[in-house]
Design a protein around this ligand. Structure first.
Ligand code: ACO
Length: 427
């Protein structure tokens, strides 16, 4: 028998197996705890709970480490491409040149949307938030692709995963085009995944579209940085939705809904809005004081993370990418100066030091995306586009697990105990 953890409650001692991963903290297996003790554990924000086994992504928050299938995010961001990272996440190994070509080709065969799905957009108001459109249109995919929704068939799962990864840029670009009143641009499969997305977003039929290679590379890198992040809120949402047997398109729509919130994917939009509100470096101390004030709801957006208690390794790459994009586009944004000064002041402030609050991936991403030309409302959409590969990889991993069960947390009930209904006239 391996290592056991004893839990002593109500005069009873239970032996619980200590499970070991390949790296990272051990976990105490409490699956039999309720049967043995008639007690649940209580962990509302899952701060001490591992919800599943996974071989995709590893994070060491104390050390600021992020690995995809064992490869450090910094190495992937520097040397890889979003298509290659997608292959890696889905298949577990880096592809050979031939396998990568085949995968990229397969994805490119699914970039178009059913014409009737394009009609969907017209039902939205022009001023709809593009994340609202994403939730609706991605959910609607399930009404179009009945031939790939048998989740017990690995081939169906593969096709629907490819469809989701391939169609997301088309759906996202169309959400943008709709909001600015321009005609949709069809995919061009001769371009890279990212180049095609940029053309569908910023290209117009009236003139040829030219994309600076450095910007294409920066955008591709941003997608790599967002590809997966283990059991975060939206991924857990996808897994929970998928655990009931729901089809993958519906599950990813659920993930998009969760990602939208300002504490999660919406933080990149909120971070840039905050930097704009701060404006110049002389205003920073005032906002730092507000962030520290418990009576003020203001928080430094793009700062702090549930898992990272050190610099988010994605923020390091993001910060260095800002300069590359500025140089390529020959632009500058004084907000970058403000952001760097804010980081410097916050990181030397006792409040942020003691609480281990560091810049996260969202702190600098808004500055880059804004320089490239995206409105803030599109930031979370870009996140959703890139995270789709992580979501489908995690969903596939869950469905392929023979021990998979429906996710069904329990609760600590604090409502009224049983009482009798009283007729309305007696109340
Ligand atoms: N500014 C000021 N104070 C903060 C911040 C912040 N950005 N983040 C956390 N704190 C404080 C909290 O007030 C709390 O203080 P207390 O212990 O005195 O009550 C303490 O630090 C711990 O914070 P929690 O909110 O309990 O930590 P949690 O792990 O639940 O939250 C979260 C993490 C949601 C990311 C939080 O840091 C936050 O709101 N940050 C701003 C939003 C943000 O940037 N989100 C992006 C996350 S990354 C991503 O989704 C890609």
């Amino acid at each position: 028998m391996g290592e056991q953890a004893k839990i002593s409650v109500g005069g009873m001692v239970t032996d619980n197996a200590v499970l070991k991963g390949s790296v990272g903290p051990d976990v105490i297996d409490i699956r039999k705890l309720y049967a043995q003790t008639k007690m649940f554990t209580f962990d509302p924000g899952f701060t001490s709970t591992a919800s599943c086994e996974s071989a995709l992504t590893y994070i060491d928050g104390e050390e600021g480490v992020l690995l995809h299938r064992g490869y450090p995010i910094g190495q992937l961001a520097e040397n890889s491409s979003f298509m290659e990272v997608s292959y890696l996440l889905l298949n577990g190994e880096l592809p050979t040149a031939e396998k990568l070509d085949n995968f990229t080709y397969t994805i490119s065969r699914h970039t178009m949307l059913h014409e009737q799905l394009m009609q969907f957009y017209r039902g939205f108001r022009r001023d709809a938030h593009p994340m609202a459109i994403m939730c609706g249109v991605v959910g609607a995919l399930s009404a179009f692709y009945h031939d790939s929704t048998d989740i017990s068939d690995p081939q169906h799962r593969k096709i629907s995963s490819h469809r989701l990864i391939a169609k997301m840029p088309t759906i996202a670009a169309a959400a943008y085009k709709y909001s600015i009143g321009q005609p949709f641009v069809s995919p061009d499969n001769s371009l890279s995944y990212t180049g095609n997305f940029m053309r569908m977003t910023f290209g117009v039929a009236a003139e040829p579209y030219e994309l600076h290679p450095a910007v294409e590379q920066a955008m591709d890198r941003i997608f790599i940085l967002h590809a997966d992040h283990e059991q975060n809120a939206s991924t857990s949402t996808v897994r929970l939705a998928g655990s009931s047997g729901a089809n993958p398109f519906a599950c990813i729509a659920a993930g998009i809904a969760c990602l939208w919130g300002p504490a999660h994917g919406g933080a990149n939009e909120a971070a840039l809005n905050m930097l704009r509100e701060i404006g110049t470096p002389d205003k920073i101390p005032h906002f730092i004081e507000r962030a520290k004030d418990k009576n003020d709801p203001f928080r430094l957006m793009g700062f702090g993370h549930r898992v990272y208690k050190n610099y988010d390794p994605r923020a390091t790459v993001m910060q260095s990418t800002v300069r590359e994009v500025f140089d390529a586009l020959k632009v500058d944004d004084p907000l970058f100066e403000t952001a760097m000064r804010l980081e410097e002041l916050a990181l030397s402030d006792d409040y942020f030091i003691e609480k281990k609050l560091f810049p996260n991936v969202d702190f600098y991403s808004g500055i880059i995306l804004s320089a490239i030309g995206f409105p803030t409302t599109m930031f979370t959409v870009l996140f959703a586009l890139a995270r789709t590969v992580g979501w489908v990889a995690q969903w596939n991993e869950m469905i392929s697990d023979p021990g998979q069960k429906i996710g069904r947390p329990r609760q600590l009930y604090t409502g009224p105990t049983q009482r009798d209904y009283s007729p309305i006239g007696n109340r």
